[in-house]
Design a protein around this ligand. Structure first.
Ligand code: PEP
Ligand code: MG
Length: 883
């Protein structure tokens, strides 16, 4: 097989469609070259080599050498330089490039091809001795770190000492001969630490770097990043070898990064940062504070240093033409890296830019409005899970706040939590359930687990494209970066800002949309659901087939869900209404009663309360179907467990403590999830279900009479395993309905159906559908019972299962399509076989999970039901799954 693919100089062996083979970077370099954009020539070693490299014990197959030689020859031919030529050397960069970008996770080597001889040639051809020695110095330092794995700190220290000895503060003040001396010291450091000389053979250098890039695929941080982002370990990375271009060849050179639209807000404006006389890494690393790309952005920020638009107007104009070409060509917002070498513009990278949910939404809607993409493409462009960022509260503009300082608004949204100063502490405290804000001088890829665990991220250094900013936006974490007035003492765990001290654990609030950093917690307000959000949802609604309902029982939740577009209630868990402090006494009285008349007396007290609950829900959901599930949990859940509570409860129920304890002990179950719960309660105590059914029908008739619009109750029986159970329970419900209709002299339409949440029910769905008029898949219990994994205890071991790939994702979060899914589709088929118009829905947590929703679409369910905040996510996911 072939492994090497060339690009540049009028040649393109690949293109944008080859991401799996060439990685994102390589595919797009080839694509840019093929549409005539200025790309330094190079070649890509395809991703299959990564797997092969590991298979062969971290060695390369012999055949690769000849291909790489041809690749180098291609670069030599286009540039007219030769690799290792002492007179006019070709220098290359060696970079990673996986199918999807993994920012900062893998290794890069720049300026490769320099040695004691070629450095002289570079000095001669560039006419800049200082530049040549600085490049060599940087190369040794990078190579020692990345390829040789030597102690990075020693090189940094040598650089600091070199400056100190000469009384200098900036790297740029070091002269050519200073740098030459530093190179000698660096080579000595390599010899000391590695017991060998720094490799002078440029081919050895190249193979070392290529090996290091493949090696970095299995680095710890890359593995963590893949786990967090669901990237399979067997994809591998490609390696891109490309002619160097220099942004640090004086004041007509520059380097920068740009987005064709604002990645934070989605605004249609070029957006970016650049640095004159600098190398690419300087911008991203946040070492020098970059300048703005556009004049408008510079003015808006009140910054002094000239923007690129002002400092290099012609190159800026050329760059914006490239932006437009790329946007039209890719039909998406692009994230671009470029370099200007002595007045010549070069494109080093383009890719679809990472963006906040807010920007994703605006860009999708704008591009559809501009005619660049269709409405349906716009629907596909927004990640449903990312909508979550938009649906949550933002800071109340009128709330009092104690502003400590202001940084850059790097990733929008508000977050409050305890200040922590290192990633491990962030992870630990978050795991214990605490909200934390990770505060760092700057972040590096090593901090990624802490960033993920934190609610928000605050850094003292770095721009809008710093590591912290890029990663936070990708993760959807609010972030304020470059808050320069902050200093952090990690040892004493104190942060100082404007003469004040914040200790670890003190509450902080950050607003990633304004850059404000505040002491304490600041009140929040609900998000705006109109505008672009409303537009995209409208397009999604036009596209989807699946209906979207909500799991809710309080009027407030029902209202929220209704505003979010819920088309009815998919699950009202009536037991939640029993826990109310005012009602629990009657509930307990019912449980503790020793006979039916006793239970009925207690139920009579609960009836009006339940009726009012249902009436409120029917009012909010006027004219929409409402599935109300009869009592499900085991009764002992309502009894006290703590010694201290027994006396109070005994007094309230008129029993003595001993009696009460005896009754509680009688109700104790070894395995309550498989115990006396669900319809088993109805089978043994039908008067409970009778009361609930009565409350439902009385409420329905009351609302119908009052509003003229009859609600559509769907009475649902939980935990059914057999046809007979459902038949008995349906009879209870029908009798209650007929009794109420007779009393009130009025009828309402209703359905009686069942949850399918036990494997037996799924298997016997054909006969259960003879009785049940609808099925709702309770995939929480169905997962629990199919996998034999307790939903309440799984947390302790399930992550190990996911880490080892036994289940791809937590099966309680994303449906186990192969196992539980098979039962769902089988039940759907058998149920519809009996009753073609059987209504089918899902009300387990999976109803709000995009991947599970795609499965529901495939099986042909009628609706999914999700918790209120996930209703919009479900609407969008349903639309995407229909496309
Ligand atoms: C289910 O089991 O999926 C379900 C929705 O019911 P609950 O979570 O209340 O058991
Ligand atoms: Mg259940």
């Amino acid at each position: 097989p072939r492994y090497v693919y060339r690009f540049g100089g009028g040649v393109s062996d690949g293109g944008r469609g080859d991401k799996n083979l060439l990685g994102g970077k390589g595919a797009n370099l080839a694509e840019m070259a093929s549409i005539g954009l200025p790309v330094p020539p190079g070649f890509t070693i395809g991703t299959p080599m990564c797997a092969r490299y590991y298979q062969e014990g971290e060695r390369f197959p012999d055949s690769l050498a000849a291909e790489v030689t041809q690749g180098i020859a291609h670069i030599e031919q286009v540039t007219g330089k030769r690799f290792g030529d002492p007179a006019d050397p070709l220098l290359v960069s060696v970079r990673s490039g996986a199918r999807v970008s993994m920012p900062g996770m893998m290794d890069t080597v720049l300026n490769l091809g320099l040695n004691d001889e070629t450095v002289q040639g570079l000095a001669a051809t560039s006419g800049d001795e200082r530049f040549a020695w600085d490049s060599y110095r940087r190369f040794i330092q990078m190579y020692a770190d990345v390829v040789l794995g030597l102690d990075h700190g020693a090189f940094e220290e040598a650089l600091e000492v070199a400056k100190e000895d000469r009384g200098l503060t900036l790297d740029t003040e070091l002269s050519a001969s200073d740098l030459q001396e530093l190179v000698a010291e660096y080579k000595q450091l390599v010899r000391d630490q590695w017991s060998r000389d720094f490799p002078q053979d440029v081919h050895d250098q190249l193979w070392g770097a290529v090996g290091a890039v493949f090696g970095s695929w299995q680095s710890e941080r890359a593995k963590v990043y893949r786990r967090l982002n669901d990237i399979p370990g067997d994809w591998g990375t490609a390696v891109n070898v490309q002619a160097m271009v220099f942004g640090n060849m004086g004041d007509t050179s520059a380097t920068g990064v740009a987005f064709t639209r604002d990645p934070s807000t989605g605004e249609r404006a070029y957006y970016g940062e650049f640095l004159i006389n600098a190398q690419g890494e300087d911008v991203v690393a946040g070492i020098r504070t970059p300048q703005y790309l556009t004049r408008a952005a510079r003015e808006a920020a009140g910054a002094k240093p000239a923007s690129m638009e002002e400092a290099m107007p012609e190159l800026y104009a050329e760059l914006t033409r490239v932006f437009d070409t790329l946007e039209r060509h890719y039909r998406d917002m692009q994230d671009i890296e470029f370099t200007v070498e002595r007045g010549q513009l070069w494109m080093l990278q383009t890719r679809s830019g990472k963006r906040t949910a807010k920007a994703a939404l605006k860009i999708a809607v704008d591009m559809a409005t501009e005619g660049l993409i269709s409405e349906q493409e716009a629907v596909l462009r927004v990640d449903p899970a990312a909508l979550d960022q938009l649906l949550h509260p933002t800071l109340d503009p009128d709330a009092p706040r104690d502003v400590l300082t202001k940084g850059l608004p790097a990733s929008p949204g508000a977050a409050s939590g305890a200040a922590v100063f290192d990633a491990d502490t962030a992870e630990k405290r978050a795991a214990a359930g605490e909200a934390v804000i990770l505060v760092r001088t700057e972040t590096s890829p090593e901090d990624i687990h802490g960033m993920h665990a934190a609610r928000g991220i605050l850094t003292a250094r770095g721009g809008m494209t710093s590591h912290a900013a890029v990663v936070a936006r990708g993760m959807g974490r609010p972030c304020v970066s470059g808050a320069g007035s902050i200093s952090i003492d990690v040892k004493t765990r104190v942060m100082r800002v404007a003469g004040r001290e914040v200790r670890e654990g003190d509450r902080l609030t950050i607003d990633g949309s304004t850059g404000e950093v505040m002491l304490g917690e600041v009140a929040t307000v609900q998000p705006e659901l109109a505008g672009d959000f409303g537009t995209l949802m409208e397009w999604a609604d036009k596209t989807r087939r699946l209906r979207v309902r909500t799991n809710a029982e309080t009027p407030a939740d029902c209202k929220t869900a209704h505003e979010f577009g819920a088309e009815g209630i998919g699950l009202c868990r009536t037991e939640h209404m029993f826990f109310d402090a005012a009602r629990i006494a009657a509930v307990r009285q019912m449980i503790l009663a020793s006979d039916e008349p006793g239970r009925r007396a207690a139920l009579d007290k609960l009836l009006p309360e339940q009726r009012d609950d249902f009436a409120e829900i029917f009012l909010v959901m006027a004219g929409l179907p409402c599935t109300i599930r009869l009592l499900d949990p085991p009764l002992h859940e309502f009894l006290p467990h703590e010694e201290a509570e027994f006396a109070d409860v005994a007094a309230a129920t008129g029993l003595d403590v001993e009696q009460l304890k005896r009754r509680a002990a009688e109700l104790h179950e070894f395995n309550p999830m498989l115990g006396h719960r669900g319809c088993r309660l109805g089978v043994t105590y039908p008067e409970i279900y009778e009361m609930q059914a009565r409350a439902i029908f009385e409420a329905a008739i009351e609302v119908a009479t009052r509003t003229g619009q009859a609600p559509i109750p769907e009475v649902m029986i939980p935990l059914v395993a057999t046809r007979r159970e459902l038949e008995l329970m349906k009879a209870v419900v029908d009798r209650a309905a007929e009794a109420v209709f007779a009393e009130k002299g009025r009828r309402v339409d209703y359905l009686v159906g069942t949850m399918i949440e036990l494997p037996r029910a799924a298997l016997r769905a054909g006969e259960i559908a003879e009785v049940g008029e609808f099925f709702s898949f309770g995939t929480n219990d169905l997962t629990q019972t199919t996998l034999g994994v307790s939903r309440d205890d799984a947390g302790r071991f399930l992550s190990a299962y996911v880490e080892q790939g036994i289940y791809a994702k937590d099966p309680f979060v994303s449906l186990d399509v192969e196992g539980v899914g098979e039962l769902v589709s089988l039940a759907a088929e058998r149920g519809r076989g009996t009753r073609p118009d059987l209504k089918l829905g899902i009300c387990g947590e999976h109803g709000g999970d995009p991947a599970s929703i795609a499965f529901c679409e495939q099986v042909g369910l009628d609706y999914v039901s999700a918790s209120p905040y996930r209703v919009p996510i479900a609407r969008l996911a349903a639309a995407q799954s229909a496309l």
